[in-house]
Design a protein around this ligand. Sequence first.
Ligand SMILES: *Cc1c(COP(=O)(O)O)cnc(C)c1O
Length: 399
Amino acid sequence: METLNSAETERKLGFMTRSVHAGNDIDKETGAIRRPITMANSYALPYDPSELNWSSASGNLYTRNGGANQQYLQEKLRSLEEGEDCVVLASGVAALSGVFLTLLKSGEHVVASDSTYIAAYRLLHELLPGKYNIQSTLVDSSNLEAVKAAVRPNTKLIHIETPSNPTLKISDIRAVADIAHEAGALLSVDNTFASPYNQRPLTLGADLCVESLTKYINGHGDAMGGAVIGAREIIDRIRADAMVNVGGVISPFNAWLIMRGAVSLPIRMRQHNQSALEVAKFLEGHDAVRFVAYPGLKSHALHAVAARQMENGFGGVMAFGLRADHDAHNRFVSHLKVVTSAVSLGHDESLIVFLGEKDERQYLYSDEFHDGFFRLSIGLEDTEDIIGDIRQALEKARI
Ligand SMILES: *Cc1c(COP(=O)(O)O)cnc(C)c1O
């Protein structure tokens, strides 16, 4: 019997087919049509192991050098992101730090989006300059002139997040890729908010795509992981540094869970996209709502760019604020029943988090954001139930 894993056959197949089949195969030992979980730290050595490279990341030696389940997951993600190679790591932040610390040396410079996941900000703004003498310039990467102006002769990397966490800024991937390449730098894109179903940065000119697998790709809120996808030569270096030598390896069980979750990524994303657009429109039309930031709304400043580069939809995350004071925002959340107050996003259940007025990144909170706002991740519940829940909570909180 033939299976679908030769790269040749795979290229002709659609995203849904690859979500199901890529990385899976018939287990040679048992004939099971699912690859099993291999919860083993070590793999059998050859007759004479003395010639082996103990730092090799080619797998089948020690799980930190590449266990079976992480290799299967890498095959799936490489296929979904349309990249040459992939490394999976313990978390999205392990993937981000892997990119920064592998590609940047002391004395070099990185330009990055000013609106990013908080740990990316800490890495870029504190850890890299403070400990490694790697300078960073944070810019509004939706403004191409600002990106161009921030590039220096020693800029080796531009890192953007689009849509960004938590303000849903959009950056033009193709245009920023051109700026990076003109300057002899690489572009990495954090694609977590979009997922490969909606956006594939490598096909838009990015050199590296970073994903927090903890979010949409696993989708069930029960396992953490991260991935970097790109050219084999760069991924090999990240694998050697971030996984083998720094130790950011994913557990086989989490890799297996994420592999299982990723099968339904396209159908989940369809529902997230559709439901989030309806919720965003509902919020935009509600008197109690001060603003909504969602790239799918025509009111979003970079809606046209988002529509061009996010081919299937705008994802499930939005930000919004109420025409109310600080306490009323918390009161509203306390009345929600379907939507859960918790961090993270891209889970099966809807999640909301109140981000108050105080943040050291005050530039992030320019415009409407400075009065406090919510990040809302729309889950897979019935859209009417999510909208109904928000409506009743607004009423009960008397906003
Ligand atoms: C959550 C998140 C991360 C970090 O991922 P973890 O798996 O939590 O380490 C990175 N980037 C974005 C955009 C995120 O939302």
